[in-house]
Design a protein around this ligand. Structure first.
Ligand SMILES: [Zn+2]
Length: 163
């Protein structure tokens, strides 16, 4: 994806108030992020472990989501799969819940998805980050197709939040 500035990130959020978007913590190392290998920028809030954020390009413009996430479960031995990039982790997948945009969200309506707890889906898909043996399905499709599928899954999630 194209590199984003802090300002572009703040105005991209679709499911929180303008005030929240102004205050939330945006990574300080934006210049060092591996943008060319990212399908979306995702990060956890260093000040609030139950908060995470992601920004993806949807229909040519950045869309950002505020997410609430369960704390990682330590000692969990069961594998679970990220619904965005289809990587399996032992204890490394979090249920991320996004308040829906607009009136529905204000009434408490939300959409949830199981997502890699570190939000590094793009890097797992490209083999730049390793989640251990058996984490990735053996598939015959190309990397390009895997990336397209990841982007499609994420787009569907964002669309559910904004619908
Ligand atoms: Zn993932």
């Amino acid at each position: 994806m194209e590199p984003l500035t802090e300002q572009e990130i703040r105005v991209a959020f679709v499911n929180c108030t303008k005030g929240e978007a102004r205050r939330l913590s945006v990574p300080r190392d934006l210049a060092d992020r591996p943008w060319e290998d990212l399908d979306f920028l995702g990060w956890r809030d260093p000040q609030a472990p139950d908060r995470a954020y992601l920004v993806a390009e949807l229909d040519g413009r950045p869309s950002g989501l505020v997410l609430r996430s369960s704390a990682p479960v330590f000692g969990q031995t069961r594998r679970s799969m990220c619904s965005i990039c289809l990587t399996s982790h032992t204890g490394g997948v979090s249920l991320m819940v996004a308040p829906r945009a607009g009136k529905a969200g204000k009434q408490g309506d939300s959409v949830g998805a199981y997502i890699c707890g570190d939000l590094c889906c793009s890097l797992y898909v490209r083999g730049r980050k390793d989640a251990g043996a058996g984490a990735r399905l053996h598939e015959t499709i190309t990397l390009e197709e895997k990336i397209r599928r990841t982007v499609g899954n994420l787009g569907a999630f964002i669309t559910k939040v904004t619908a």
